[in-house]
Ligand binder design. Sequence first.
Ligand code: NAD
Length: 357
Amino acid sequence: MNKFEYLEKYGYEELVYFYDKETGLKAITCIHDTTLGPALGGTRIWNYSSEEEAVLDALRLARGMTYKNSAAGLNLGGGKTVIIGDADKIKSEAFFRSFGRYVESLNGRYITAEDVNTTTKDMEYINMETNHVVGLAGKSGNPSPITALGAFHGIRAGIKYKFGTDDISKFTYAIQGVGQTGGYLLDYLMEAKAKKIYYTDINPKNINKIKAVYKDAIFVKPEEIYSLDVDVFVPCALGAILNDETIPTIKAKVIAGTSNNVLKDEDKHGKMIMDKGILYAPDFVVNAGGVINVYHEIHGYNKEIVMKDVEKIYDRLLDIFEIATEHNVPTQQAAKLFAEQRIEKIHNVHRNYLGKK
Ligand code: NAD
């Protein structure tokens, strides 16, 4: 992979490697675009099989955050950090404080938060070294429940547009991944009396948690989740799972969940889904609840205002579905147009975020 070619192709600003010998920290922070404000995006820990895989994930996720923050109407740019390693083995106070010092070195151009395999407690350690971290306990807290709530409104918008009603109880669902966001989303769907819920995961701890609480929810093997005869497929695990192999097997008519970068190839797979008559709720719009939540932390947190802002995901998606229908383009493309238009307008005012004096 030629990194500069990739940076040039998609207009990235910065790609940084952080290494700390004492703690074994290997972090890659990517800042995609700061036209709208400081780049905000969570820190993910994953046991990547190669450095290249980790870099590519950081690049893809950071760009996704630019679109997400713009489409959500926030004054934030897009960024992301991936940390290479086994989350069960590498975490410690020293590890996160070391990372916090590196975040501080970026002088506010990048603000971090939780993501896959990082928690509020980890953010507290980071906060001992830098103020450029959100999602702290006692402030907006863990973003996962709000992300899940946003996706719940996204599912409502999806079924409304596809089937003409947003009554959750009339439909069936297949949830891929019942971790932090998928678990809460399953709670919301259960609360709204979903007709039937299937779910899968690869982590026995998370599976057992659901089994213990919901006797009616049906567990299926990971490879079975795509082809179930359900109305809504709900991806809440990892990215790139909608691809050449999985899309032909999907029977659901609506796809909406919390996962980032779900389409392996945005253009190709967005079109394949559209051609199959499936309504896809663009990931960065439907999973913006968490970022809307933490954004309010920067400017003074008020839960009521946050909930109202998160509910706007419903109307925003209906608008995007309409744009897609009008122009006969995949919904992901319609959502990107929506996000890019806002960045372009502000671009005329200022090009990048330099930190406040
Ligand atoms: P998580 O790690 O808590 O949950 C993910 C779950 O998916 C885990 O239980 C994991 O075991 C499971 N999983 C992984 N691979 C799987 C597979 N092949 N088949 C089935 N299950 C599998 O993470 P999360 O915080 O819930 O995040 C899930 C997705 O949502 C990610 O793409 C993340 O970027 C995105 N997201 C999260 C937030 C948030 O607030 N946490 C916000 C926006 C987007």
